[in-house]
Write a protein that binds this ligand. Structure first.
Ligand code: GLU
Length: 477
């Protein structure tokens, strides 16, 4: 059997990280067995579906590097890949089901259905459809439709239980009578999700359906439809829910949930993939840091975790830091350049200084964006007002360092120099030690406080070599 899997988002909002995880698992499974990964856009909710949301999904997948093999933008043999373009297909399949008496036209209005549900609720009985239109013949129904009445199409639910074996949850049984006859096609001609999904999974030859646990309940209706169509259902794998620290399903209440918000915070695609992969699945060697190629190599459907996956922002950020530190300096310079405003002074550095920036800051950050305030500080002549700086300024050696630096820096400015070298900073230190007899903490902390304006930071010589001389001069006062 050739493996064909799909990611089937409804384009009604942001690309949610739960969707990222579903797309990733499907991609990994397809690639790990040489299968095909399909993107299907489930846009039958005409009011809420928007092309811009579809673009968010497609661009997000591209950014993550988990691109589909077939989809609305990549024609294959099973298109169209947008449900709104498949309405004729659903109509034809529905007609066949009606002919086989597995579905029927229903003329009940929304108001009638709502009223019946209210009565059922008041009587504490199942709010199932009462079967009013079940016995209207196709001929009579078509006559009523020809006269202008509008009709939905309902599925005739067989009185039996259903069982399937889920790759994650094991055997799942739905007892008889859980659902009443449900709508397949609305009177507008638009299919409901459960119906369009089955018709498409069947026609697109989907072999495995990997999706969130919140869809288990839908599987009952889907199994019924497969049976009515005479089609073997795909293999299902319902992966555990992603929950927040309060153990509730992850939602906006817990903070950022869209891929875009993590992109804005400068998360790397490698880290998003790595962390999402581990939310509901585990590496065979229990590794926490790995890349996409490795994930493809070791992925299997039998390592899904049954319990809900707790989304932990700190762990996610830490994962990002681990990937960041593995990057080449060249890649880090590129990533930093991407998050800086276009007119940032960083772009005036030569390449050696650019790489020095990422080298001295990379151990101090988890996100590349966290380098921005550190970088801004280099160009800011301000001097911190902190107790530690007060202490440095209270030492009798500090004014001597200031006098010395004032002279040295003014000389350099007169010569038209813009930056000092690391060697020149070393020479100043030697000079202060030999000639002004300043040593130990007063020397190291003194020079740091005077030249960087802060009591803490990266290596002082490197930091000073990255600071424009006029900024150093201003700090000295
Ligand atoms: N359009 C559905 C969703 O976004 C797809 C569910 C499925 O994978 O069957 O939740």
């Amino acid at each position: 059997m050739s493996v064909r899997v799909r990611y089937a988002p409804s384009p009604t909002g942001n690309f949610h990280i739960g969707g990222v995880r579903t797309a990733l698992y499907n991609y990994l499974y397809a690639k790990s067995v040489g299968g095909t990964f399909v993107l299907r856009i489930e846009d039958t909710d005409a009011e809420r579906s928007k092309r811009e949301y579809e673009d968010l999904q497609i661009n997000g997948l591209k950014w993550l590097g988990i691109e589909h093999d077939e989809g609305p933008d990549k024609p294959g043999n099973y298109g169209p890949y947008r449900q709104s373009e498949r309405l004729e297909i659903y109509k034809k399949v529905t007609n066949d089901l009606i002919d086989q008496k597995k579905a029927y036209y229903c003329f009940c209005t929304d108001e009638e259905i709502t009223r019946k549900k209210e009565i059922a609720a008041a009587q504490k009985v199942d709010p199932h459809y009462d079967g009013t239109c079940r016995h209207i013949s196709k001929e009579d129904a078509l006559k009523r439709i020809a006269k202008g009445e509008s009709a939905a199409v309902r599925f005739l639910v067989p009185p039996k239980s259903y069982t399937f074996v889920d790759k994650v949850k094991g055997e799942v049984t739905f007892p008889e009578n859980m659902v009443g006859d449900f709508v397949l096609l609305r009177s507008s001609g638009l299919p409901v999700y459960n119906y369009a999904c089955v018709v498409d999974d069947w026609m697109m030859k989907i072999s495995h359906v990997i999706r969130g646990e919140d869809h288990v309940g839908n599987t009952l209706r889907q199994l019924m439809i497969y049976e009515a169509l005479g089609v073997t259902p795909p293999i299902f794998a319902h992966v555990s829910l992603i929950i927040g620290s309060d153990r509730q399903k992850l939602s906006k209440r817990h903070g950022a949930t869209s891929l875009a918000s993590y992109q804005e915070q400068s998360y790397l695609p490698e880290a998003v993939l790595n962390y999402m992969c581990l939310l509901g699945w585990s590496h065979p060697e229990e590794k926490t840091i790995f890349d996409l190629n490795e994930a493809v190599r070791v992925f299997s459907l039998d390592r899904f975790v049954k319990s809900p996956a707790m989304f932990d922002n700190e762990k996610f950020k830490w994962t990002n830091g681990q990937h960041l530190r593995n990057f080449s300096e060249e890649r880090l310079v590129r990533e930093l350049s991407n998050v800086l405003p276009k007119n940032h002074k960083f772009f005036e550095y030569d390449y050696a200084n650019k790489t020095l920036v990422v080298r001295i800051f990379k151990e101090k950050v988890e996100l590349i964006g966290e380098m921005i305030p550190m970088l801004d500080r280099i160009f800011d002549p301000a001097v911190d007002q902190t107790p530690e700086m007060d202490e440095i300024n209270s030492w009798e050696s500090t004014p001597k360092i200031k006098d010395y630096m004032r002279k040295e820096l003014s000389l350099m400015i007169a010569k038209g120099k813009e930056f000092v070298t690391i060697d020149e900073v070393s020479k100043w230190m030697d000079d202060l030690k030999q000639n002004l007899k300043i040593k130990g903490k007063p020397l190291f902390m003194g020079i740091r406080g005077v030249l960087t304006g802060s009591a803490h930071g990266a290596d002082v010589k490197e930091l000073v070599s990255l600071t424009p001389i006029n900024v150093l001069r201003e700090r000295v006062g």
